[in-house]
Structures are given as C-alpha cells and as structure tokens.
Design a protein. Structure first.
Lengths: 272, 789
C-alpha cells in the first residue's frame, strides 16, 4: 500500500520525502522467537533474541541458555541446543524432519519464563514447473543490464480446503525480497484451481538459476505473515491501518512465529 | 404496519392541533410566499420577514418559502438579507394572502462580486447553534490548491472541524470520525466526496447556492450519522435570462449554463467540470492517466405558487489508468426529484424521491493475474417533510423518511482466460430504514425560543444474506464459524429501534447578545469499514446487522453569541461534550481487504470528546472573513484495541486555528488569504526494532502515543477583475494564488525502512533502520481564468 500511495501522489510530482530522526522512548526489550519446522531435512531451527533500540545496528541481541524442545503428537520429543558459533540459534540435538499431518509443539523456558506454541504441519501442492520467456518491453529498455527474462510458475491450488501460502524466490541462491521490503503471502480466497503461467517477481538474465519455494501455512501462521506484510507495506497509517505488532502464534508474550510448514520447490536455469 | 400506524397517529395529532387551533381563533390569517433574488429568480434561504408591529417574524426555509400567521390588521413587514437591499411592505391583511418577494442585490458595494452572507442578526435571533454556513462566493475568492475552489477545504477550517490531512477531503467534526459526517447534495447522500484521492471534492463551486455544516443542536428532520450534516444545495437556475460562466485552471476547466425554459416559471442549470491532470502527466509517466469529471444538472418548474417541482442530478467519476497494467475508478451518482406543495396557507410539504449510488472498480490486466474488482452501495429514498406554521409562536416540522440500501462489499472476477482468480462475491446485504420525526420551534417569549423534537428510527437488516455465527466473535486468529442462517430476499434478519431526542434553546439577553444550549442524540446504522486515518475510496459500507449494532452519539453544547458594530462582526463561543457509544472500530491488525470473516475483526468501544470553539466573523466592509480557534480533546476506549487502554484518537489535535479573509482593494483587485495552524496528528511510532527471518520489523508498545510536528500554512490569492467588465456583458477575471506561501514542509506521514541511500542501495549491514517523513505540497502557484456571460 505504501507504494500505491506514494505512486498516486508522485503522479502530481509534488510528494517529497526526507529523513527524520525519531525521538524514541527507551522501553524494556521483548523476547523475539523465530522457529521453523519443515518436512525437509536440515531446515529445523529456533532463534531466540530480544528487541533492540530503533537506531541500533546488528541482529537481535541473543538470548542464550534457554531450554528449547519440540514435541509431536506421537509423543516424540526433540531437544534443541544452542549453536556454539551463533548465540541465540538453537538447532536439534539429533536431526529430524517434520511429517505432514503431525502436530508440533514448541516449549521454551527462559529463566523460568515459558513460551509455547502448537501448529499442524499441513501439506502443500507440488510446483509442476517453472518456465521462462523473454519480456519484449524489458528487453528494449532493461532496468538492470541484461535482465529481461520473466519466470512463470505452473501449479494447482486445491479447491476442497482452505490453504495459506508463503512464497520465497531466489536468483542464484540469493533470496529476492527487495531488501526486506517485499513479502509474498496469500490465502486462497478468490483463487481458482489452475495456476498456469503466473509471473514471478523480478527479471533475470541468461545463466541465472531461478528457484521458488512454496510453504504451507496454518491460519495462525498466515495471520502472522500477513500482519508482517501490512507492517512492511505501511505508509505510517494515513491510508493503511495503524501499525501494530504482528499477531504471534506463540503464547507467553513473545514476538515472532513458530512456523510449521511443508515446502515444495522448483527451479529453472535460463538459457539463451 | 407498525410504521403506518405511527405515521397516521402523528398526522392525526397534527391535524387535531391544527383544527382545534383554527376552531378557537377564526380571525388568524396567514401571509406567505416565496422570497427570491430579483436578478435571477433564485429562491433565497434564510431571509427574515420581520413584522414591525409584532417585533418578530419568520425566516424563509430551504426552499425559499416563508409563512407568518397574524391577526387581521395592517402590518409593516421588513424583508432583509445581507447582500440585498431591505424591502419593506405595508400589508393590509384582510384575508389569507400570498406575497412573493423579490429582493434586489446590493451592488452598491464594491465590484459586482456580491458577497452573500447571512441575514442580519441571524446568529442572535436564530435558535440554530453549532452550525456554520459556508459562503461559496467567498470561497471562490480565496486561495485554493491548484486554484480549484472547494467548499470542503473551507469546511475543514471551520471551528470544531479538523482536516483529515493535507490534500484530503476527509474531516472530523467535534471528535467524530469522517464516516460520521452526512454529506448531502440536494438532499441526496454522497458516500465519498473525494476526487483524486481527496485533493478535491465532488462539489463544483459554480453550481452551489447554499451550504451549511451542522455540528450540533441537530433538528429532528436530520438523522443517520453521528457527527455532522453538510447540507449542500445547488442553484435552481436563472429564470429571468440566459447566463453562463466558464473557468480555465491549471488542473481543470468548467463550464456552467443556466437560464429560463419559460420565463419566471421554469429554469435549468447545467454544469460540467473535467480535470486534465492526465494531460499534464501524460508525457512523464507513460500511459498513466488520471482524471475526473463532474456533471450537475437541475430543472426547476414553478407550476403555481402551490406546486413546485425540481429534478436534480449529479454524476461524477474518477479514472486512473496505470498504463497497460490496469485502472482504478470510483464515483457517485445522485438524483433528486422534489415536489414542494402548499396544502393550505400554513402547511408546506416537501416530497422527495432520492437515489444515490457509489461504486468503485479496480481492474488489473495481466494474463494470469487479471481481475475485475467491484464494490459499492446503492440507496433509494423517499422523504415526506411537512412544515406546519401553526401560529407565529409555533412552527411544527414532521415527516417520514424511508430508504432502501443495497451493500455490495466486493466482487472479484477474472478477466483473462488464464487468470488464477475465480469469481468470488463477498456477502451482499440489504436494509430498509424508516424514520419518523416531529419537532416544534416554539417562541415562548421575545427572549426565549425552544426547539424540541423526537426522531424515531427503525432499521431493518434484511436478506438475502447468510449470517454466520462464530465460536468466539472476538477471535480474529482462530476464526471458527459454528453456525449459519440463510435469509430469503427481504426476510428480516434483525431490526433496530432507536429514539433520538433533540432539544435546543435560545435566550436573548439583548438585541445583540444571546445564549444557546442544545442536546442531541444521533444514531448511525451504516458503518464504513475502514481502519486507516484517511478513508480511501475502496473502503466499503456495511449496515447494522447481527454483527454490528447502531452507533450512538450524545452531545451537549452551550454557546454565547454576540454581534458587534451593527452586525459588522459576529462572535460566538461554544463549548461541547460529545460521547460516542457502541462505536464500531477494527481490532489491531484487522484485515479489511476482501476478508470473508470480517465480523470477527470488529470491536466495540466509546469515545469522549470535548472542546471550546471561538469564532469571529466579519460580514461587512472591504475586509471580510473569519478567525476560528478550537481547543479540543478526543480519546477512544475500545475493548480489544491498544490492550484495552484509552488512547488519543488520530484526529485528536489540541489546537486548531484558521484565519480566512478577503479584502476588496478597488473595483479591480480583490485579495484573499488563508492561514491554518494545528497540532500534529497523533501517531504510532516504533519504540524499537527486531529482525525476523530477514525482515527488519518495528516494535510498538502503544497506539497514537506520539505527535507529528505541527502543521501550518499560509495561502495568498489575488483576483483581477477586468476594468471593462462594467460596460460589457462578458465579464472576465484572473485569479492568481500561491499555496503554502512560505514553503513549509508539513508532515503528511512518517514511515520506516531499512537504512539506504537515495538510489535504494542498502547502507551498513542491512540491519539498520531509518524513518522517513513525507510531505506533500511545497509552495505552489496557480492561475485561473474565469468568465461570466
């Protein structure tokens, strides 16, 4: 929305912007949890940190020495231990992968403060294929030198259930999220079954390997990520909703998400 | 059935009063008629007919009609209205008498620009308080954004009114939100008054005759919204001679033509306005087009003194085309048919059939993401209003308003073969709305006048709709529907009854001073689904339903009114307290964008606002204008929002000052100026940040805890009338204006992003954030050329 509004006003050539220094109050920091369990090996992690001052740099101050475990509804428990290289990052002590249909429970204990979450790992449709094609308009006047190929996705959206998705796009393994200002998350309201030749964001050049990941989300996970999207796209609350912290699926008063997803992916190499 | 019974009872009640009164005093006679402008036949609203012998009188109503009941005898009646020459008639009243009056415009004042204002001492005599009349002729002389005269921008400078932001048409009245303002054009509601996202309003100043903003002491014949009524009436058209005007501005051009169809009996007026921003921007932004247009038309027929007919229509639309990518459009269309009828000398009726439509559509053209999105609201209305001039001391108003509304919150349809979208329609709703009212304006003594009334509203939410029941209607995370009920077409889903008492009093301390007090309760059964500060045209409306009950407001106001220097200055001071209850507000993070489970996002709450308004207006002389200052506070208390802690409303601005003036230098030059100052908007700012899967997110602890920097701006204008104007029919003028003269960078909004340079390259390691302030309009000159013929 921020972009739409800025475009609308820029049309009149008059909207201007400049930096402003906020007079930010000091407040107590809050626990931030980022957890991911998928049906792919090696993708399971829990990060625990804290909010930082608005004008600070670096990632979240780490929360170390937390007790972290994930259990499923079959009674399996997987303990997580803190990485020695990266404080605040907790990895499974023994590798495991999530299974579609299982419910995963997160339990975190930070000096007696408990944080919990519970989500089902929902299945996700396969990506049938990615294709590419030359974009004539971009070819004649490319924004970035040599990048004028579009990539298209073919898949099916199951119509008999409510589905929620998070997408990630990569060029040569580099995640394309417009410097943290773009996110693609959707429910399936108003979306039909056949997804045939849906254009992916950005243009690519010959030799690029373009890939896409599709994550299944539960309703609560979708709400979290769509709140994040609202925040990223917010213009400060004139035309968009008043900003607020995204609704977390973690109880205990932490910010963040415990995301349990199935992932499907596909890639295509762009050739001349 | 119930309605019919009540209606009959009311009618009976009135007839009984009327006949019994007549039975008692056979000698009472009535003097009535229409009051018009002698130059063009326009009916004049609010002209005083003062009976010298009685030391009292009456004023003409919205249709220019007046009626006075007197004993048999001889009277001197003075008809007066500022900007017109007084007319005194000696009347020998032996039988009921109809006397139509034509007042001559007072053109002895400099130039032929007639500044119409209120009648003499109106603010002292009249029971009305908390009401501002917007002088459209003065608005035309004032500096305006891109030279486009706009009454809404003038409304935003009135006491008690806060602008939603620069370049918007939204405004907040005495602590209410912008959807609580009822905006009427010839009695038809306008659901979104904005053009170009609010840069301009739908009101073309050329056709406006009279406009009034009512903020409090709202009489019983008005209802439907909580906070204010902006009642805009268009001209009837000159019934003496063919006239026209045209204007060429930087952004738009307009043309207006009016004249008699049959002299003195029927007339027409037609106007059109079209912007050409697309012409200005076409070269720069390839394929992008932005434009709007307005059409106003009216035909007016006086069959005889007892029957008058009008048909009025408005149609306007905005179109924005984004190259080949799609388009976005919205617009209002209204139609009003009115019949003024005199049943007898004292019973005046106005019958109206009204239609209003607002819709928007978004089109995306793309092989796979192509879609058409449309939504809107449609209303058809029947109004029957009576005024019964019982005697000089009692003027009874009563009537029935009925309307049908259809709400279409949204429909998505694919527009290409390979589109990923499928046709999806959000639940449509229908509603029937009835209101019966009765009110009396009673002159108790020379000093004391009372106005009291009651409005009874019945709002029926009817099918065809499916109503869902949620496991927890406040849970917007686990949205679980547990039951659904289907209702057939026009089957009653839920009915809401509300009684709305209204009361006003005026006590005259002396000829130039009065005290006024008022209380009113208002009920609102249509709800704008918006969770932003400034509402966008793609917000939708919903009826009261099992999900949302009626919103209520109670307001008390006290005022002191004083005229100085023989009406040259009028001063008023008012204090008010307004309590809003059962407000429908969205939860934090609510998703209002094509949400199938919108009801779980709605929270209920209340709002308290109070304030002091000071207003000084100069009506006479070469320098005219007003100074308005408002000190106010508005807090909201919504369960489930901001952790249930009270927070300042976005439109809570402590100080609000406007100075508006025009100065006639000589018959060539007229100068105009606006100065506006207000406290910055209450604003939600981050108190920290955190990283989440590659995103740098802001951390918030409370809603609206900060303020944007103060807003202030000075605009200047100069209008040059051609010297030759006097001798020719073709009169021309140039208006030169400067908006934001001292180039203040007024903050529009603040947003945050990852720290980057101006080319968008990330600075540092990509974890640092920065805040950016957006301001809209730098110093902007404009020029407009106007002709009248």
């Amino acid at each position: 929305m921020k972009k739409v509004i800025i475009i609308v006003f820029s049309i009149f050539f008059f909207a201007c912007e400049e930096g402003i220094i906020l007079d930010v109050n000091q407040v107590e920091s809050k626990v931030v949890i980022e957890g991911l369990i998928t049906n792919r090996p090696g993708q399971q992690y829990i990060k625990i940190g804290k909010t930082a001052d608005f004008y600070s740099s670096g990632t979240n101050p780490a929360v170390s020495s937390a007790q972290v475990s994930v259990s499923d509804d079959l009674g399996n428990t997987y303990t997580f231990s803190e990485s020695t290289e990266k404080p605040g990052l907790y990895l499974p002590s023994a590798a495991f992968t999530g299974q579609v249909g299982r419910i995963y429970n997160l339990d975190i204990d930070i000096d007696g403060e408990k944080y919990t979450a519970s989500e089902e790992l929902l299945g996700v449709a396969n990506i049938d294929s990615l294709t590419y094609g030359l974009n004539e308009e971009e070819f004649s006047d490319p924004e970035d030198e040599g990048r004028f190929y579009n990539v298209f996705v073919y898949t099916k959206e199951p119509q008999d259930e409510d589905n929620f998705y998070l997408f990630k796009f990569y060029r040569n393994e580099e995640w394309l999220n417009d410097n943290g200002e773009d996110i693609t998350v959707t429910d399936d309201v108003a979306i039909g079954e056949a997804i045939e030749g849906l254009e992916l964001p950005e243009y690519h050049s010959v030799g690029d390997s373009v890939s896409m990941e599709m994550y299944s989300l539960t309703q609560k996970e979708f709400i979290y990520w769509s709140d994040v999207a609202n925040l990223i796209f917010s213009d400060g609350g004139v035309f968009s909703p008043l900003p607020a912290n995204p609704r977390s699926n973690i109880s205990g008063g932490a910010l963040g998400i415990f995301q349990v997803s199935a992932v499907s992916s596909s890639y295509v190499l762009i050739e001349e | 059935m119930l309605i019919k019974t009540i209606f009959r009872t009311v009618l009976l009640f009135v007839i009984v009063i009327g006949t019994s009164y007549q039975a008692r005093s056979q000698e009472k006679l009535t003097l009535n008629g229409y009051i018009r402008d002698a130059s063009n036949g326009e009916e004049l609203i609010g002209v005083t007919a003062y009976v010298t012998e009685l030391k009292g009188g009456s004023a003409s109503n919205h249709y220019g009609f007046y009626s006075i009941t007197l004993d048999k005898g001889t009277y001197n009646v003075v008809y007066s209205y500022v900007g017109y020459k007084n007319l005194t008639k000696t009347i020998e009243l032996n039988s009921n008498m109809s006397l139509n009056i034509e007042l001559q415009p007072d053109v002895t004042e400099l130039t032929d620009v007639i500044i119409t204002a209120e009648k003499e001492d109106v603010n002292i005599e009249d029971i009305k308080m908390s009401s501002q009349s917007i002088d459209v002729n003065q608005v035309k002389l004032l500096p305006a954004l891109f030279g486009e005269a706009d009454i809404i921008k003038n409304v935003q400078m009135q006491p008690g009114v806060i602008s939603a932001g620069e370049g918007t048409s939204g405004y907040f009245v005495r602590g209410g939100t912008s959807d609580q303002n009822l905006i009427l054009i010839d009695e038809a509601p306008i659901y979104d008054p904005s053009h170009l996202f609010g840069l301009f309003s739908v009101f073309n100043a050329d056709v406006i005759k009279d406009s009034e903003l009512i903020k409090g002491g709202i009489p019983a014949q008005y209802g439907g919204r909580l906070s204010s009524i902006l009642d805009v009436r268009t001209k009837d058209g000159n019934n003496k001679k063919l006239e026209g005007s045209a204007g060429i501005g930087l952004l738009s051009s307009r043309v207006m033509l009016e004249g008699p169809i049959k002299k003195d009996a029927s007339s027409f007026i037609f106007s059109a306005r079209r912007s050409y921003v697309d012409v200005l921007t076409a070269g720069a932004t390839d394929g992008n087009k932005v434009y709007f247009y307005d059409l106003n038309g009216k035909i007016n027929w006086r069959k005889n003194n007892n029957n008058r007919f009008f048909i009025a229509g408005y149609f306007g639309r905005d179109v924005q085309k984004f190259g080949d990518d799609g388009s976005f459009g919205w617009g209002n269309g209204t139609a009003t048919f009115r019949w003024n009828h005199l049943f007898n000398d004292r019973l005046f009726s106005n019958t109206s059939l009204i239609y209003s439509n607002f819709d928007y559509n978004l089109e995306i053209t793309d092989p796979t993401q192509g879609l058409n999105w449309s939504a809107g609201i449609r209303q058809a209305m029947f109004k029957e209003d009576f005024t019964y001039y019982l005697n000089p001391s009692n003027e009874i108003s009563f009537g029935y308003h009925g309307s049908y509304r259809k709400f279409k919150p949204g429909k998505i349809a694919p527009n290409s073969d390979n589109s990923i979208f499928e046709t999806t329609i959000l639940e449509n709703y229908q509603a029937l709305d009835h209101a019966l009212y009765i009110g009396n304006e009673m002159r108790v003594s020379d000093n004391l006048t009372l106005q009291y009334g009651l409005r009874y509203s019945i709002f029926q939410n009817v099918g065809a709709s499916t109503i869902y029941e949620y496991e927890d209607p406040q849970d917007n995370i686990n949205k679980t529907r547990v039951d659904s009920t289907e209702y057939g077409n026009f089957e009653t889903i839920k009915v809401f009854h509300n009684l709305q008492p209204r009361f006003s009093a005026r006590y005259k301390l002396d000829a130039t001073t009065s005290l006024k007090a008022s209380y009113n309760r208002m009920v609102q059964n249509v709800h704008l689904l918006s969770n932003s500060v400034v509402s966008l045209p793609f917000n939708t409306w919903w009826p009261s339903s099992p999900y949302i009950g009626p919103q209520l407001s109670d307001q008390v106001a006290l005022g002191y009114f004083k005229n100085l220097n023989d009406n040259a200055y009028e001063f008023s001071s008012e204090v008010y307290y307004k309590k809003l209850n059962n407000l429908a507000v969205f939860a934090d993070n609510a998703n209002v964008f094509f949400n199938m489970d919108l009801p779980v996002e709605i929270r209920k709450g209340k709002s308290d606002s109070y304030g002091l308004e000071l207003y000084l207006k100069k009506n006479k002389g070469n320098l005219r204008g007003f100074v308005s200052y408002t000190l106010s506070k508005t807090e909201m208390d919504i369960s489930g929002v901001n952790n249930n802690i009270q927070f300042p409303a976005s439109h809570d601005r402590r100080h609000n000052l406007s100075i508006v003036g025009t100065y006639v230098v000589n018959d060539k030059w007229t100068l105009g100026s606006n100065f506006v100052y207000n406290t910055g908007r209450a604003f939600t700012l981050p108190v920290g940040k955190y990283e989440m899967d590659g995103y740098n997110l802001d951390y918030f602890t409370g809603r609206n805890q900060y303020r944007l920097p103060d807003y202030h701006r000075l605009d200047l204008s100069a209008t040059l009338n051609s010297r030759k104007n006097k001798d020719r029919k073709w009169k021309s003028s140039w208006t030169f204006a400067v908006y934001n003269t001292y180039n203040r960078k007024n903050p529009f909004t603040i947003y945050t992003r990852t720290k980057q340079d101006k080319d968008g390259n990330i600075l540092g390691d990509g974890t640092e954030k920065e805040a950016r302030l957006i301001y809209l309009f730098p110093v902007l000159p404009s020029i407009t050329y106007n002709v009248k013929f």
